[in-house]
Design a protein around this ligand. Structure first.
Ligand SMILES: [Zn+2]
Length: 271
């Protein structure tokens, strides 16, 4: 599943090809995505210029002359920029055709992706307005994390993966951030100290930034089956390293299951 770093990598990858370009057409071959694409959307978009390419959580926001497109890649979506005449392959559901002769093409085998258009403030759109802070927001700081962990018995790993509290911390990144912050994934959230919260906020940002940076250099083949950017894998400390020596202390990495997700940790470095 594309996670926040892959979506940000996609945003950076498409930005130079779409910003400043005029939309010639929206060609929809399969309108039945997670929500049906309205029949009149192509007409609404034709002739508009793309002003900017932004992101909120896992939504790409294409700001147009009169409104904003909200694109979500769902479970299996990917975007490519290619000449409009390029042959279509299975699951190529739509093309946003630009005046450069290139098209932004969405491929999504499972069709959990979505495309919405709003003429209002995109941040006030029902899909976006209730989203928790981004990991890079000033709002997401040690005090915020510490405050939301108070009185919560839930494991700290599950808390940081809860998108109602902070968006974009997927399983890989939660595992890696907890390792870097030296915190055991199964610790009760309420046991975190303010100092640990500070380490964890920093670790979450570091891990995501690293993934974005690495993903950004390998746009064409950056998504593996589990969403881990290929080249990021070589830099993992615990994720899928069960039994292998901790890169810090040589103790074998352990695995566990939490909320049906795999957890990896070093029993010596993480407390
Ligand atoms: Zn260790």
């Amino acid at each position: 599943m594309p996670e926040l770093p892959e979506v940000e990598t996609t945003r950076r990858g498409v930005e130079p090809y779409v910003v400043g370009r005029r939309i010639v057409a929206l060609e929809v071959r399969e309108p039945r995505l997670r929500w049906r694409i309205p029949d009149d959307l192509p007409e609404q978009l034709a002739g508009q210029e793309v002003r900017s390419a932004g992101r909120r959580a896992k939504y790409l926001l294409l700001e147009l002359t009169d409104g904003t497109l909200l694109l979500h890649l769902g479970m299996s979506g990917s975007l490519r920029v290619l000449p409009v005449a390029s042959p279509r392959v299975a699951h190529d559901h739509l093309d946003l055709v630009l005046d450069s002769g290139l098209a932004l093409r969405l491929n999504d085998p499972r069709r959990f992706g979505s495309l919405h258009y709003t003429t209002g403030d995109p941040q006030a759109h029902p899909l976006l307005k209730k989203l928790a802070p981004e990991p890079f927001d000033a709002r997401f700081d040690a005090e915020y994390l510490w405050r939301i962990t108070r009185r919560r018995r839930i494991a700290i790993k599950q808390l940081i993966m809860n998108s109602h509290l902070v968006v974009g911390v997927g399983n890989i990144y939660a595992n890696e951030a907890l390792y870097r912050a030296r915190i055991r994934p199964r610790r009760q959230a309420r046991s975190l100290t303010l100092q640990e919260a500070r380490r964890l906020v920093r670790a979450i940002r570091t891990v995501l930034e690293l993934a974005i940076r690495v993903g950004g250099t390998t746009l064409r083949d950056y998504v593996g089956a589990d969403g881990a950017p290929g080249y990021f894998r070589q830099r993992l400390y615990v994720y899928e390293r069960t039994g292998k020596p901790c890169r810090n202390c040589r103790t074998p990495i352990r695995a566990a299951t939490q909320g049906q997700r795999s957890t990896y940790y070093c029993p010596r470095c993480q407390r």
